[in-house]
Write a protein that binds this ligand. Structure first.
Ligand code: TRP
Length: 333
């Protein structure tokens, strides 16, 4: 709590290219939330390495994500924007929290099971420890709310459990965080398989629209999006999953309601509709991409943001860590 504001924490991994789903479901909401909360936005590079990364790409994507955050409207003067590995307290608290987390709990986590299946050649300890590091991220800042998508719900639950376990073992130390689920319509699905969430790492890149896609690519992908054999632009997720997904995208990118969008395309074919969705998305992405490119050319500025962000994050994080070390009996000098 600072200036009467609650604390909000979130992070994005600098892996793969972000999709319009990440923008609608996460980053765009961060921008709105920074007015009402004291915010920390991290670039989770320590989480990223739980799956093998190309080091040069990881470095590049870290800066790219920072530039994107700012290009989308995160204000580094208001919110602490920083890289996870720049704040040593994350790894330090993670170690302590490991001793308050059971192996069985971690083995049962859905994401661990999924990722173990997908990366069977590299089921490393970090992959299993991922939720504990995430708990450390959140708890270090005495976070009240964590805006997440449904796929991260279990991770926030575990962070709550660990916080309560520690608080009960000693005395109130951590704020017990709440997950903040984003509004309906936030879930953007794959354009080629609308039964699946649009993913950064989908097998077919044509099902995902990346924030880095140029106008032609965006329009081509929407043109190829699956619809159905009908011809009515109507929101009906059960029977018209493809069209409904496109309506959600259109609504999210234009600010028009679903009903307004349906009215706009009444009596017009799917071809027209898909083109309009593609254009709406491309037109919104263009200025963000331009600003991101401009920022990426100004490395001194970006480094300055990261230095400042890390210093601010460290101040809060170290306070919490010192409390923890004291409670568990680490001798202090
Ligand atoms: N695991 C999150 C994701 O992939 C990223 C993340 C890391 C995070 N630490 C966090 C999200 C803390 C919220 C809070 O989406």
């Amino acid at each position: 709590m600072k200036d009467g504001k609650k604390t909000l924490y979130s992070a994005v991994q600098p892996t793969n290219n972000l999709t319009i789903g990440n923008y609608i479901g996460a980053i765009r909401n961060f921008v709105a939330l920074q007015k009402d909360y004291d915010c920390y936005f991290a670039i989770a590079n320590m989480h990223a390495i739980t799956v093998r990364q190309n080091p040069a790409e990881l470095r590049q994507r870290t800066l790219s994500l920072l530039a994107l955050y700012i290009a989308c409207g995160l204000n580094p003067e208001k919110s602490a924007v920083y890289v996870q590995s720049h704040v040593p307290a994350h790894a330090e608290l993670c170690w302590v929290l490991n001793t308050f987390t059971y192996v069985g709990e971690m083995e049962r986590m859905t994401q661990f099971k999924d990722k173990s299946a997908r990366h069977a050649e590299n089921i490393n300890m970090g992959l299993m420890d991922y939720p504990v590091l995430m708990a450390a991220d959140i708890l270090l800042y005495q976070t009240d709310v964590v805006p997440v998508g449904l796929d991260q719900r279990q991770h926030v639950e575990i962070a709550r459990d660990i916080a309560q376990r520690f608080n009960n073992a000693f005395s109130p130390t951590f704020t017990v965080p709440e997950a903040l689920f984003m509004k309906v319509g936030a879930k953007i699905c794959d354009l080629l398989d609308p039964s699946k969430k649009m993913s950064k790492s989908a097998e077919n890149v044509n099902g995902s629209v990346f924030l880095s896609d140029d106008k032609d690519t965006v329009i081509r992908k929407f043109k190829r999006a699956v619809t159905d054999s009908g011809n009515e632009v109507k929101y009906d997720p059960e029977n018209k999953a493809g069209v409904s997904n496109l309506l959600s995208v259109y609504s999210a990118f234009t600010g028009k309601s679903i009903a307004e969008a349906e009215a706009e395309f009444a009596g017009r074919g799917y071809g027209d509709f898909k083109l309009a969705v593609g254009e709406a998305v491309a037109d919104k992405l263009a200025p963000v991409q331009a600003e991101q490119a401009r920022l990426l050319a100004d490395k001194d500025y970006l480094n300055g943001v990261l230095k400042d962000g890390a210093a601010r994050a460290c101040r809060t994080a170290e306070k919490t860590l010192a409390k923890v070390y004291k409670k568990i009996g680490f001798y202090q000098i």
